[in-house]
Ligand binder design. Structure first.
Ligand code: SAM
Ligand code: SF4
Length: 456
């Protein structure tokens, strides 16, 4: 699936020659994507004018396809038990100083209650690669508990899942449990580096991991999220490999990945590797890689987590990021129990509570979206992409983003956040197409009159 030789060839012949870069950015601005050689050329850019042109094109493509929306979610760590030895991760089996824990269903419900109390509607269920006695059933039971939990009229409306690779029958069960997206990061597509940093356990098998998305699709999950842990191998190599993985899924199943996650290595307890990434990615290169991904795969969501600090998050939103986590904890039990103990997966760069993040992004002119309409209405996989590519999906996403934001403002926002939203509201509305705007105004009105979960 990954042709390393071809990637190195593309990178070797790439150059930031002015006319070529100009042509590539012209093509990219049509939002039809880029090929590997074109991506490789953009990777070489360092001239400030060319960089500005790259960022500007990415901003325009992002705005055309996603408008001002930023989808909000929170990770929910249910267990940090793990049998693998990923040298960068605090959950690895040999890290004996980590406090191990898998949450009971009751504890999971308590976590969900706290997330609902803040206003979250979407969670990403996360676990290490070892389950308590019930095995994989534990994940299915946990999904049921999360969907079942009510706080007044609120409940989690979409669960995405980031757990170890599964077999086709297990993926089928995950699909039947009504998950949204199945996410799994290859960490590094560079096979030699992969083997050097995954030294034991099932995860040491590169092929089992890279085949996971094919098996997920065969099991009926048509929204899958891929990703790379940046800092392990050359980021340029990883970008071109992500593109090959996306193309593979597209040609095999008629639909590419729904999302790409772009975590960067962060310090983790007892991990020298995490402290000293072998191929560190500078902030500037990080912004470049987000922009290049946005141009290469215009319809794929890009997910940025709270690993990054608020400033860098602010800078990358406009360049192509479409989903962000907020108010996150990476230790099981971290939302309900304020006690801080050594059970987290890695250090966070953004510690702000959800309300503060919402206020910040609203003041920057973005619309925080808690929308979960698509997968509940069956707009997934190819059906979603068939609407996204001709630009039809915005007619749904824009109004839904505003009405879900209005619901947050009514039920959860602080007075300060409400004040900022009120001030920005005319600008947010005016960024919508006339028909989407009408729909948005209608849906927001319904929310203000007391209806909830209004979407189209
Ligand atoms: N255990 C499963 C796995 O490895 O795929 C799923 C959950 S794992 C907890 C989620 C992701 O956390 C990993 O895929 C990896 O990319 C990321 N991660 C691990 N250690 C990290 C670190 N030190 N800094 C940033 N991200 C890290
Ligand atoms: Fe386990 Fe996942 Fe951490 Fe690896 S990255 S040690 S598989 S939790």
């Amino acid at each position: 699936m990954i042709d390393e030789a071809r990637i190195w060839q593309s990178l070797a012949k790439a150059s930031p020659e002015a006319t070529r870069i100009h042509e590539i950015l012209e093509k990219a601005s049509l939002a039809q994507g880029l090929d590997a050689d074109e991506m490789a050329s953009l990777c070489c850019i360092s001239d400030p004018e060319q960089l500005a042109a790259l960022f500007d094109t990415a901003r325009r493509v992002k705005e055309t396809i996603y408008g001002r929306r930023l989808v909000i979610f929170a990770p929910l760590y249910i267990s940090n038990l793990c049998a693998n030895e990923c040298l960068y991760c605090a959950f690895r089996a040999k890290n004996k100083s980590l406090k191990r824990r898998s949450l009971s269903q009751e504890e999971i419900r308590r976590e969900v209650d706290r997330l609902l109390e803040q206003g979250h509607k979407r969670v990403l269920l996360v676990a290490g690669e070892a389950y308590p006695r019930q095995g994989f059933d534990y994940v299915i039971e946990s999904i049921e508990s999360i969907y079942d939990t009510r706080r007044g009229q609120d409940q989690i409306r979409r669960i995405n899942v980031n757990v170890a690779p599964l077999s086709v029958p297990e993926f089928r069960r995950l699909h039947e449990a009504k998950i949204g997206t199945y996410q799994l990061f290859q960490e590094t597509y560079h096979r030699e580096t992969y083997h050097a940093v995954h030294t034991a356990g099932r995860k040491a098998d590169y092929d089992w991991r890279i085949g996971a998305m094919d098996r997920a699709m065969q099991g009926g999950i048509d929204d899958v999220g891929i990703g790379v842990l940046f800092g392990l191998a050359d980021w340029r190599f990883e970008l071109l490999a992500l593109k090959q993985h996306a193309d593979h899924l597209d040609s095999e199943f008629g639909v590419g990945p729904h999302t790409i996650s772009v975590p960067r290595l962060e310090p983790a307890s007892n991990s020298l590797l995490a402290e000293h990434p072998p191929k560190p990615v500078s902030d500037l290169d990080f912004r470049k890689l987000v922009a290049i991904l946005r141009l290469a795969l215009p319809y794929v969501g890009i997910i940025l987590s709270t690993r990054e600090n608020p400033n860098l998050r602010r800078e990358t939103f406009a360049l192509g990021v479409s989903q962000i986590s907020a108010g996150s904890r990476t230790n099981p039990g971290g939302y309900a129990e304020d006690e801080v103990f050594d059970a987290s997966q890695f250090s966070l760069g953004d510690h702000r509570p959800l309300d503060e993040v919402i206020r910040d992004i609203t003041s920057m002119g973005f619309v925080p979206s808690f929308c979960t309409a698509c997968y509940r209405l069956g707009r997934t996989g190819r059906d979603f992409m068939d609407m996204a590519k001709p630009g039809l999906i915005r007619a749904h996403c824009d109004p839904n983003a505003l009405s879900s934001f209005a619901e947050y403002l009514e039920d959860f926002a602080s007075p300060e956040t409400r004040a900022v939203a009120e001030q920005m509201w005319p600008e947010l509305l005016s960024s919508l197409e006339p028909s989407a705007r009408l729909r948005a105004e209608r849906q927001v009105e319904q929310i203000r009159k007391g209806e909830r979960d209004v979407y189209c």
